[in-house]
Every structure is written in C-alpha cells, then in structure tokens.
Design a protein around this ligand. Sequence first.
Ligand SMILES: NC(=O)c1ccc[n+]([C@@H]2O[C@H](COP(=O)([O-])OP(=O)(O)OC[C@H]3O[C@@H](n4cnc5c(N)ncnc54)[C@H](O)[C@@H]3O)[C@@H](O)[C@H]2O)c1
Ligand SMILES: [Zn+2]
Length: 404
Amino acid sequence: MPETWSFHSAGQIIFGRNAVRRLGEVAAHLNAKRILIVTDSILEKAGLVERVRAPLRENAVEIEIFSGGEAEPSLRAAEASIECGRPFRPDVVLGLGGGSNMDLAKITAVILAYGGQPRDYVGEFKIPGPIKPLICVPTTAGTGSEVSAASVLTDTENQIKVGILSNYLRPRVAVVDALMTVSCPPKVTADSGIDALTHAIEAFTAVDNADFPLPPAEQSIYQGRHPLADALAAQAISLIGLNLRRAVKDAHDLEAREAMALAATLAGLAFSNVGVAAVHALEYPVGGATHCSHGAGNGLLLPFVMQFNLPVRQRELAKIAKLLGEDVTGLDELGDLHAAERAIQAVTQLRADIGIPLRLRDLGVRPEQLRLFAEKAFAIKRILRVNPRPATVEDLEGILRAAY
Ligand SMILES: NC(=O)c1ccc[n+]([C@@H]2O[C@H](COP(=O)([O-])OP(=O)(O)OC[C@H]3O[C@@H](n4cnc5c(N)ncnc54)[C@H](O)[C@@H]3O)[C@@H](O)[C@H]2O)c1
Ligand SMILES: [Zn+2]
C-alpha cells in the first residue's frame, strides 16, 4: 500500500482569453525554430490554425502542418502524422484540437524522438525518456489531455481504444484559451464537457491512495484519490454544474466557455494523477465497437457506474450532489444515502438536458455484445483498479445491462 502520493502536471499552464497570442514567446522559451502543428481540417477551416500560426510566424518559426487528424484517432492516423512530421525534423510538436489531435501530437512527439510504431508504446511506462517538446492548445473543454499523461488511440483491428501512459507524455506547455472553444458545435461541447465531468467524478470517487490495490511488482501512473487532486476535482464538478448547460445552449457565452475550459483542465490534473475508473474501462470497448464519441459513451455510462459505486461512496456522492448545485437541505439529515442518490439523478438530468444518448441501444449496441464488452473492460486492470468498488466481469455486465 502506498504511503505517499505525488502530483504531476504539464510543465507550464498559460490560461486565459487570447492566451494563444503568447505562443511566440512560448516558442522562444523552448528555443523552437521548427514546429510541427498536428491538427485537423475542421479546425483549419474554422480559422483556429491561423490563430496559432500567426504568433509563431512573428517569431520566425518555420511551420509544417499535419491536418489529417480525426475524431477518436486510429493507430493509422498516428502513423500518418508521424510520416508527415519526420522529413520536416521539427524541434517542437504542437497539438491543436480536442483530445484527438492532442493525443496524435503526443504519440508523434514520442516516435520522432525514439522511432518505432505507435503500437510499441501501448501500455504504461513504455516511453524511455523525454519526448520532443510538446505544446498543447485545446479547442474543446474537454479531455484534459493538455495536462495529462495519456494518449488514447483506436485500435480499429481489435475494436478497442488503447492507452499509452507515461509522465513523459505531459506537455511542456499547455495554452488554454477559451476563445478557441467558441466554434465547437453543441454536440462537441456537450460530449467533451461531460467527459470532463466524468474525469472529475471518477477522480473524486476513486479508491483512496492509501488503499490503492497495486500488486507489489507493478508500477502505475495512477495513484488513487489524494487531497490535492480532490480539491481540483471538486472545483471542476462545481464549475461544470454551473456552466455546461449554458455553454451547450449558447456557444458565445464566454463566461461559461471560460469556466468550462478551466474545469476541463482541473479535471485533467485530477484524473491524470488519481486515475479514471469503471466508466472509462467500459467506454473503451463500447466506443471501439460503436464509434460513438468518447464523451457520449462516458456520459451515457456515468450514472450507471455511480449507482454501482453508491454502496461504498455515499459520502462523496452526497458531496457531488451539493457541488452540482442540488438543494439537499433536509436530505443530509437522513444520512448521505438520499443526497448521494440526488447526485445520480442530477447527472442523469444533466445528461438528458445536453443531449447525450441515454441508453446503449441508442448507440446501436446489441444485447449479445454486452458480455464481450464486459470482458474487454475487465482486462483493463490499470483503470479498473482505480474503481472504489471492485468489479467482476459479472458486475460489469450488470452495469451494461442496466445501461442497455
Ligand atoms: N489523453 C487524454 O488524457 C484523454 C482524456 C480523455 C479523452 N481522450 C481522447 O480524446 C478524444 C476526444 O476528444 P474531444 O472530446 O476533445 O473531441 P475531439 O478531439 O475528438 O473532437 C471532436 C470533433 O470536434 C471538432 N472540434 C474540436 N474543437 C473544435 C472547435 N473549437 N470548433 C469546431 N470544431 C471543433 C474536431 O475537429 C472533431 O471533429 C477521444 O479520442 C478520447 O479517447 C484523451
Ligand atoms: Zn475521458
């Protein structure tokens, strides 16, 4: 059992409206002469690439752009990004986009430093040392990839999301500018926003650091719940409770956009130290098979996993109800259970209000697929061990049946 915990982050976080204008200065600090921007054609058309390119150009940085990014990127997309970057020999890689492009930029920065194939690095602690310096500029709020230790890719052959985890994947600089998220359509705002909520709730209800069930010979990036991450997750939950509906409803509500950008980064800092848990373990096979967005899959599953964890996390769930702005006056006198149930109802309502699919059948899942999803999720030990209530394959199948 661990007796200590630690906290890792991006090297620097620059936050605020028009923060991207400081990219020239960031490049100069990194002594960057050649920057590879990893992005996609939607963001190019939305004019976001230009907003990043302009301050870099002013600092005489040479730029190459890979715009072949895709949502929930495949290992193949990662190879394409690397092929584009290799002849250019960048000294810095810049990920511009949602989690998808940032994760492509991360694996690109690994392979430009160490060679090999994306598949070689799947798992934990496979990256031998520091990678090409990485700047991340999120355009969703969001995955928290701008501060996290993960790159998530889709293994299309095996129909599953695969994770690459290493503290070397944390960007040197995260530039979080809510103005970059204003062009997100409502679905992207909703899906990425509920992903951030899932990160915060999974971190806030995770197994405690002192009880983290890590077998003696193993190491893990994730450490279980600890007080610093708890503070960040709590603040993220509260910001999301107040602002996600607003941001979905009115794309130009800058106050809500900024609060969501902060919440996503805070949630990223929390989960990337504590871990994510059963929601994410179950989403990996569901997303791999149905191609739903990561956020939609998580949002769909979140209340069902909260229900499963209820017996061991009443106090924390009761706090979440309050953080989400629920009026629990009178309920807490009856003990935590009623307030905790209110948290599950609040998430269920939020999910419906912002248009997240409610049932697995809405994603085209067939009942006979559930067992295989449960088995695949059960195999993702590094995530599942973070869940506060140990789950068997049958338990996971039960959660999926409830969500069906
Ligand atoms: N590395 C991590 O720590 C981590 C954590 C959670 C999720 N993820 C991964 O991140 C991915 C999901 O990322 P996401 O939710 O940020 O969405 P995304 O990056 O997949 O983007 C979704 C779509 O929205 C578009 N888009 C993004 N920003 C936009 C903007 N400002 N204006 C207009 N269009 C915009 C993109 O072009 C894309 O088509 C998944 O692959 C998921 O597995 C990674
Ligand atoms: Zn996630």
